[in-house]
Design a protein around this ligand. Structure first.
Ligand code: RIB
Ligand code: CA
Length: 318
């Protein structure tokens, strides 16, 4: 038996982040080493609380959780999710499904933890951010290691060939901190971008959540109700999709098994000004550089991903 893949997640724990967490915990090939939390779908405090409670619900209270930064680079006040985001993920980020009990995060800062993890990382480490890239941008500033030598980071965010989901150009995770995303994408760090180009193609329906409810476990009921809230939002905003997009689970899946996505190699940057602020684009200054540091996912094996997703999540909820 080969050694498990060591993974660190960086979540702004809303609904699809929770699904990504369940995917990882249900995957027999992965050891979840820690979770760093971010603002985005909710405040960083709520993301931290949600993560701790979900880990306990899913039988893994031993996984350490670190509280990351509470705002974008250069932002003046703590990030508060706008009304549109509250509508999508619910007031508590989990579709209004109540979590009981008090939980405490490890006292250490998420950025310190991440910087040390990058300093010590061997090539097997998988770090997967599925929220804004602020924690990573700050950790890259703090680490002494050359970003080009670090293991590839698979992140959920961006849109190269399709419109954004916050503005016509910007996807939510990049929109929340374009400066951080630009710093990461131009640092030389090897990355794999799992953006709306592919995540809008992997869709979950109420037929699958009914299966989770039928498991008869508290976690099965919680995840079914939480995800039905998310599907309900999509039924209104994107009725043509027939369900909800599995953004964050696809990113963790592609990190574990890159053969699930087909990629185009590119050097990217993020537009920081004007109407296109937050757009991920090919960096004009590096078009002729032969080495490309980002693998942009433009294709996805939908049936294979959904099969693995359902198997892993069902295992985690049982
Ligand atoms: O655009 C989708 C992304 O924004 C997902 O990561 C979702 O959880 C939100 O953070
Ligand atoms: Ca997310």
């Amino acid at each position: 038996m080969s050694a498990p893949i060591k993974m660190v997640l960086d979540l702004d724990t809303g609904i699809d982040d929770a699904l990504a967490l369940a995917y990882v915990l249900g995957c027999p090939d992965v050891e979840l080493v820690a979770v760093v939390c971010s603002y985005g779908n909710v405040t960083v405090g709520t993301a931290t609380r949600n993560t701790l409670a979900l880990l306990r619900m899913l039988g893994h209270p031993e996984v350490p959780v670190y509280r990351g930064v509470d705002r974008a680079l250069g932002a003046k006040g703590e990030f508060r999710p706008p009304a549109g985001v509250v509508r999508i993920h619910g007031e508590n980020g989990l579709g209004g499904q109540e979590l009981s009990g008090w939980c405490y995060a490890a006292p250490r800062s998420g950025v310190d933890y991440l910087a040390q993890t990058l300093d010590e990382a061997d090539e097997g480490l998988r770090y997967v951010p599925t929220g804004p890239l602020t924690n990573l941008a700050l950790a890259l500033r703090a680490t002494s290691v050359d970003a080009r030598a670090l293991p590839r980071v698979t992140f959920m965010g961006g849109a190269l060939t399709v419109p954004g989901n916050v503005t016509p150009c910007a996807e939510a995770n990049i929109h929340n901190d374009p400066e951080a995303a630009d710093a990461v994408l131009r640092s030389g760090l090897p990355t794999r971008m799992v953006g709306l180009d592919v995540t809008h193609r992997v869709v979950l329906t109420r037929a699958e959540t009914a299966r989770w409810r039928a498991l008869g476990t508290p976690a099965g009921r919680f995840f079914a109700d939480m995800t039905d809230h998310y599907i309900g939002v999509y039924e209104k905003s994107n009725p043509h999709m027939g369900g909800c997009a599995l953004h964050d689970p696809l990113a963790v899946a592609a990190s574990i098994d890159p053969s699930l996505v087909g990629c185009h190699a590119a050097n990217l940057r993020v537009d920081l000004d004007g109407a296109t602020r937050g757009r991920t684009v090919c960096d004009p200054d590096r078009l002729r550089v032969a080495e490309k540091d980002c693998e942009v996912a433009l294709g996805v094996d939908v049936p294979r991903f959904l099969e693995v997703f359902l198997a892993h999540v069902e295992r985690a909820l049982t």
